[in-house]
Design a protein around this ligand. Structure first.
Ligand SMILES: Cc1ncc(COP(=O)(O)O)c(C=O)c1O
Length: 300
């Protein structure tokens, strides 16, 4: 994983400050217990404009996460939206930018409790491609199970829950794979360690439903909407592990990964090259700014 270059300014403790001033104490509660939720968004800048992809959807998901976890933090979508826009302008974005807002328990009390003080911080990084999209991913099914809705709800994008993804990615890398697919506690396919998963069978697409302990990805939602427009049938349902190995195509979606095709799972080849259905989605996704301007918020 490359170290992405941060932009010069961050939002921290209620104001925009130089990134090197945005530091927390080692006593900060969330550092010890992972009590926080975060978002990951992308902005695209060309010679004419800077736009952010599905900004309101990302902020709504963050607000839902705060509400589900009962953080005593007033997440005002409009306010966070204007802060992100102000920070984007201040940073004079270039090319592809990853935006990382986080709501974290910011006090220094010694207890893993939900009640406490919370703060919003935002920083931004230059982000070229996360995966080499030409190559296709070689993945395994992880022996680690996705944390369940009754443990750390995956739909909340809770910071502490990501040790689960990290364990799966670590084992996958150690075994020579690019990434991992995680099963839920019932043994059904959930998602990639940090991406949603789609299977293509006989020209139709299937993706694990929201009750499979997935993060309900904004890219996943976009693919489902695009499929609908392209008259490609989509089914959201529980997916057995054994269905993976006979899929005609498999692809992953996420803000960092965009739409990335899968070459093999547990060394079983899924496709030699990117499949025709996946390719349609890659192209449609790449063209979104031209075809679906409603998904983009103009910031400059
Ligand atoms: C666990 C997990 N699943 C799926 C996704 C994809 O979600 P999105 O498309 O909203 O980026 C992410 C993205 O960070 C993730 O962390």
């Amino acid at each position: 994983m490359p170290a992405y270059k941060p932009y010069a300014y961050a939002y921290f403790e209620g104001e925009i400050v130089p990134i090197e001033k945005a530091h927390i104490s080692i006593m900060t509660n969330s550092l010890h217990y992972g009590i926080g939720i975060y978002g990951g968004l992308k902005a695209y800048t060309d010679s004419r404009s800077t736009v952010i992809f599905r900004l309101q959807d990302h902020l709504q998901r963050m607000k839902n996460s705060v509400d589900i976890l009962r953080f005593p933090f007033k997440f005002d979508i409009k306010e966070v939206e204007s802060t992100i826009i102000e920070l984007s302008r201040k940073n004079q974005l270039e090319g592809v930018t990853y935006i990382r807002p986080i709501v974290y328990r910011s006090d220094t009390m010694l207890a893993p409790a939900i009640e406490g003080e919370y703060s919003l911080a935002i920083y931004m990084m230059h982000m070229p491609d996360y995966f080499d999209s030409e190559k296709g991913l070689e993945v395994c099914v992880s022996s680690w199970r996705r944390n369940s809705d009754n443990a750390i709800p995956p739909r909340t994008k809770a910071t502490g829950g990501y040790i689960n993804s990290a364990l799966a990615i670590y084992d996958a890398h150690e075994a020579g794979y690019d990434s991992a697919i995680m099963l839920d506690q019932n043994g059904n396919v959930s998602e990639g360690a940090v991406m949603n998963i789609f299977l293509v069978k006989k020209g139709r697409i299937i993706t694990p439903s929201a009750d499979s302990d997935i993060l309900e990805g904004i890219t996943r939602k976009t693919i489902i909407e695009l499929a609908d427009e392209m008259n490609i049938e989509v089914t959201e349902r529980q997916v057995d592990r054994s269905e993976l190995y006979t899929a005609d195509e498999v692809f992953f979606t996420g803000t960092a990964a965009n739409v990335t095709w899968c070459k093999s799972i547990d060394k079983t080849e899924i496709s030699k090259n990117i499949g025709p259905v996946t390719e349609k989605f890659v192209k449609a996704f790449d063209n979104l700014q031209k075809t679906h301007s409603q998904y983009f918020t103009n910031v400059a």
